[in-house]
Ligand binder design. Structure first.
Ligand SMILES: C[S@@+](CC[C@H](N)C(=O)[O-])C[C@H]1O[C@@H](n2cnc3c(N)ncnc32)[C@H](O)[C@@H]1O
Length: 396
């Protein structure tokens, strides 16, 4: 049985997620802002949960229909074949969001959709009172420009919760965003990865898991494992098969290295503990060091980091100095590759070198740029001209 599966992701990571989905065998991909939809069977649901590094969750798309009134919203849900997925004892809570649509009240949409689901199931099972004592089939709705989409969640706690980071330092990067940046930086088995602002170690750990082909979902469970079955298929046994296939697939040895530094000794400790929990401590080293003292003997390395952004004024001054220091120590080693994510629009100016490429990414709600230096960077006077030409072209 094939399903329409759908994975939301952070804005800017859609193409990275699409590549990941193709790599595990997903078909007929449709890419929209913040989401990739594709087809696959029950095994694909299991593989997607275990393997996708940049997806926020894996949902089964039940249907999509125009809904600019509550009647349309109700009728659309009532027509969906909910009984294929929800048994007479299962819980089926409803939650979701609405954007740029006539229906704006989330609690009202929630209650209308719940009523429609109850009516549908009542007609199929001839039950008037649903106990909802079984495992949850979380119904999720997304209403965008008066088009409602209804999903069933298979994941539970978001996929960024890998299980290795129970504690994080201040401003940790989301695991899914880190994994996306590392894929853009083409981290692989023979990469020497360095994060000079390692915090809780997210880049180093995600980097090690990516390089060693370790499934990011190995250390956690998923809500669909609690389901008795999905249309006669036991997801639990598929999980057990796919978990053992994944442990066979993991590369046990490689020349990959991950080196972290941070000015804060607690962050260094946390990085090492998290690496241990993630099962990658053999690859990850970390020590206390100020960025001003950055050095490496490596002639080939990829530096990936999210330095502090500085949201308050006093912090801003400190952060500007910090970016100038980064420029000083990194530009001396132009032959290395740098992938730096920052929300500061003046980053390149302060750093002293234009990026070879930039990419807009969202760290949660914060709009950031990923500054990519992989060909030695662009001198700032050239960058200023490039920006001017781009602005003129856009103006027409
Ligand atoms: C935004 S956090 C990085 C978060 C990290 N990527 C994670 O996932 O946890 C910035 C880190 O830079 C460190 N830091 C601040 N100033 C520094 C400096 N001068 N040299 C090295 N590290 C510094 C902070 O201690 C903090 O851990």
């Amino acid at each position: 049985m094939n399903y329409q599966l759908s994975c939301p992701c952070l804005f800017g990571l859609e193409s990275v997620l699409a590549d990941e989905i193709r790599a595990i065998g997903g078909e007929s991909l449709q890419i929209t802002d913040g989401r990739v939809t594709f087809t696959g069977d029950a095994r694909m649901i299991v593989k997607a949960n275990l393997w996708l590094r940049t997806a926020e969750r894996v949902q089964i798309l039940l249907g999509s229909y125009p809904a600019s009134t509550f009647e349309e919203l109700f009728e659309g849900m009532h027509r969906l074949p909910l009984e294929r997925f929800i048994g007479p004892k299962d819980a089926f809570p409803v939650k979701g969001w609405s954007l740029n649509s006539t229906l704006t009240s989330i609690p009202s949409c929630q209650s209308i959709l719940k009523k429609a689901a109850v009516k549908r199931l009542n007609e199929k099972y001839h039950i008037t009172w649903f106990e909802e004592s079984g495992p949850a089939r979380q119904l999720q709705f997304a209403i965008l420009k008066n088009q409602a989409s209804i999903f069933i969640d298979t994941t539970g706690a978001g996929l960024h919760k890998r299980g290795y980071r129970p504690k994080a330092n201040e401003a940790p990067i989301k695991e899914t965003l880190a994994a996306g940046i590392l894929q853009l930086a083409r981290v692989q088995e023979d990469t020497n990865l360095i994060d000079p602002f390692c915090g809780s170690g997210t880049f180093l750990i995600e980097g090690a898991m990516l390089a060693m082909k370790m499934a990011p979902g190995m250390g956690r469970s998923f809500v669909c494992e609690t389901w008795e079955e999905l249309e006669g298929v036991s997801l639990r046994s598929l999980f057990s098969e796919e978990r053992s296939a994944a442990s066979q697939q993991a590369v046990k040895e490689g020349s990959f290295t991950a080196q972290g530094y941070d000015i804060d000794p607690n962050a260094v400790e946390l990085t090492l503990q998290n690496a241990q929990r993630a099962g990658v401590s053999q690859f990850v080293k970390a020590e206390q060091r100020d960025i001003a003292d950055f050095q490496t003997d490596l002639s080939k390395a990829v530096i990936v980091c999210n330095p502090p952004y500085g949201e308050r004024l006093l912090d801003m001054i400190k952060v500007e100095k910090l970016y100038q220091t980064m420029g000083k120590v990194f530009i001396q080693r132009k032959f290395l590759k740098y992938y730096i994510i920052s929300a500061n629009e003046d980053f390149e100016k302060l750093f002293g070198l234009g990026a070879d490429k930039r990419r807009k990414l969202y760290n949660g709600m914060i709009r950031c740029q990923l500054y990519m230096y992989f060909k030695g960077g662009v001198p700032l006077h050239k960058k200023a001209l490039e920006n001017l030409y781009t602005a003129r072209r856009k103006k027409g």
